[in-house]
Design a protein around this ligand. Structure first.
Ligand code: FES
Length: 143
């Protein structure tokens, strides 16, 4: 079995490599998330890691577009594009901040989309859209 060694904030952790998964996906699975805004599509350029040792795939087209020459020189890669080809050691350059987001229990929701079946419910939804439009100055009803 091959191992991914992850250095972040002065700590080091080893996780088993899952063949076919990107480094980003393995980090998320191990609850060591790296910043990301494109769900691993190679577009946001946030999921930066530095390869310290090990064999990996060639830089992808996304990486050639997103990474600066200096970053490439420092062996910095996009975790979402990085596929280990054996044991690998990376340093997380851009860790994700801990989120305070929690799922809202259904009982606390005033109105579920599945409950918007009758005309009167849509009337209430229209009221909410109107309020949102007034707050954001954005047309949400396709007028
Ligand atoms: S997650 Fe956006 S570039 Fe990797």
């Amino acid at each position: 079995m091959d191992w991914l060694t992850v250095v972040s904030d002065g700590t080091e952790r080893r996780i088993p490599i899952t063949p076919g998964l990107s480094v980003r996906d393995m980090l998320v699975k191990a609850r060591l998330p790296v910043r990301s805004a494109c769900r691993g599509n190679g577009a946001c350029g946030l999921c930066l890691v530095q390869v310290e040792a090990g064999l990996v795939n060639e830089r992808t087209r996304s990486e050639r577009l997103v990474l600066s020459p200096e970053q490439r020189e420092l062996n910095i890669r996009l975790a979402c594009q990085l596929l280990p080809e054996g044991d690998l050691r990376v340093r997380i350059i851009n860790p994700a901040e801990e989120s305070n987001w929690r799922e809202i229990p259904p009982a606390h929701l005033r109105c579920m989309p599945s409950q918007l079946a009758s005309e009167s419910d849509w009337g209430e939804a229209e009221d909410w859209l109107l309020i949102l439009e007034q707050l954001t100055s954005v047309s949400l009803r396709g007028t």
